[in-house]
Design a protein around this ligand. Structure first.
Ligand code: 3BY
Ligand code: FES
Ligand code: FE
Length: 414
């Protein structure tokens, strides 16, 4: 049998990868695979963009770049959140250069074409008689708000999101994410491929060696975080879930069949309250209707772009975006009850110090991981089946999707 003519560079590397091992080098650093990742994953999957509370009022917006696509997410006069390509329909100016802000209308800085918050072109000067403004509205991007977590999708036809929507909405409801506010936001660029950033997040094999402050409250026991299913958790977690069930707090492990996402509420170590240096809540006011200070963390990840912790006193939402084959932007937002007052109900340093340190520690290990992989001497190595099951989930999800999308399935003609 000759080589499949449709097999690309990336597809053949994926075909020859050894399951249970880290990926061949070029999948972590080549320009070709980076383009394939953008086209097959980042431009086709749902991506976590922002918490809805970041744009609480009409005209509030956030912009982000997904590969080559600048996108704007903005709240309309009707209260709905919409996303558009951040590109003027006149001569293509990037419409809004700021990362966030507020505008009653979207006015292009080049020639002042003016769009309504729902994308309609309202005003374009001197465009002549037969000019039909209705043909030049902003191009929409799919956008959904799942209980305060806003996702976007650049595909013409996005993948189904109903399963995730039903579960996520129910799990985050007690945290009242839509009724919170962003207390702090941080954006860093890690010099590592996006898959290395995500791989690192999916295991705690490195936690003991890298995260002294997080490890005060977060157990690095893989049974605490990498459950294989709803009944495989530790006795401590099973007891926590029974307590949560009785209080109607959705907590049990739930996941997509292909592990693209998973959520579960797990206790912190020794019933501590929050990811702080003291282990106590950083915010005096609890979020939403969470019943106890020691309700633990609702952990939610979604490939390719997000992981999150919803704690009783605050939530931390993370978004990654690929910048280049070896650079990834990581944005972290700390959410608190919207009526919590800085200096009175919380101290910003106590709230943010553990994860600011943890992010920086993760940045260092990811960057060193990328440096080592760039060596011609790098050879894929084995993942620990217990400690790195979460990484295996990520890599199997990635390879499965890429193989399907890069290699058209041969029709069984017989
Ligand atoms: O933030 C997280 O969810 C992961 C879990 C294991 C390592 N890291 C802390
Ligand atoms: Fe936007 Fe001209 S490019 S108004
Ligand atoms: Fe880490």
């Amino acid at each position: 049998m000759g080589p499949d003519m449709n097999t690309t560079f990336t597809a053949s590397l994926i075909a020859e990868r050894v399951p249970g091992f880290s990926l061949p080098r070029d999948l972590y650093c080549s320009e070709q695979t980076f383009q394939d990742d953008l086209e097959q994953i980042w431009y086709r999957e749902w991506l976590f963009a922002l918490p809805s509370c970041e744009i609480p009022k009409t005209g509030n917006f956030v912009t982000l770049n997904v590969g080559a696509y600048p996108v704007i997410v903005i709240r309309g006069a009707d209260g709905r959140i919409r996303a558009f390509h951040n590109v003027c329909r006149h001569r293509g100016q990037r419409l809004c250069p700021k990362t966030n802000g507020s505008n009653p209308k979207l006015v292009c800085p080049y020639h002042q074409w003016t769009y309504d918050l729902d994308g309609k072109l309202l005003y374009a000067r001197d465009m002549g008689e037969g000019f039909d403004a209705s043909k030049y509205g902003l191009k929409p991007v799919h956008c959904v708000d799942l209980g305060g977590m806003v996702f976007i999708c650049l595909a013409q036809v996005p993948p189904a999101i109903n399963e995730l929507a039903a579960n996520l909405t129910r799990y985050v409801l007690p945290s009242a994410i839509a009724d919170s506010k962003v207390a702090f936001s941080s954006t860093i660029v890690e010099k590592g491929n996006w898959k290395l950033v995500m791989e690192n997040n999916r295991e705690c094999y490195h936690c003991g060696g890298s995260h002294p402050s997080l490890c005060r409250t977060y157990s690095d026991d893989p049974l605490m975080t990498v459950m294989e299913g709803p009944n495989s958790a530790s006795p401590e977690i099973l007891a926590h879930w029974a307590r949560c069930d009785a209080a109607n707090l959705p907590s049990r492990f739930t996941n997509a069949p292909d592990m693209q996402w998973r959520m579960a509420r797990v206790p912190l170590m020794d019933n501590q309250e929050s990811f702080t240096m003291s282990g106590k809540a950083a915010v005096a006011r609890r979020m939403g209707t969470i019943p106890w200070n020691d309700a633990g963390s609702l952990m939610f990840y979604h490939f390719p772009s997000s992981w999150n912790h919803f704690l009783p006193d605050h939530a931390i939402v993370f978004r990654i975006l690929p910048i280049s084959p070896t650079e990834t932007e990581v944005t972290t937002k700390w959410l608190v009850h919207k009526d919590a007052i800085e200096g009175k109900d919380y101290d910003l340093k106590a709230l943010t110090e553990v994860w600011l340190a943890t992010n920086d520690e993760d940045r260092q290990v990811v960057e060193e991981n990328q440096r080592g992989i760039l060596s011609p001497a790098y050879q894929p190595g084995p993942y620990s089946p217990t400690q790195e099951a979460g990484v295996i989930h990520l890599i199997d999800w990635y390879c499965g999707l890429m193989a399907r999308r890069l290699t058209p399935t041969s029709v069984a003609a017989e």
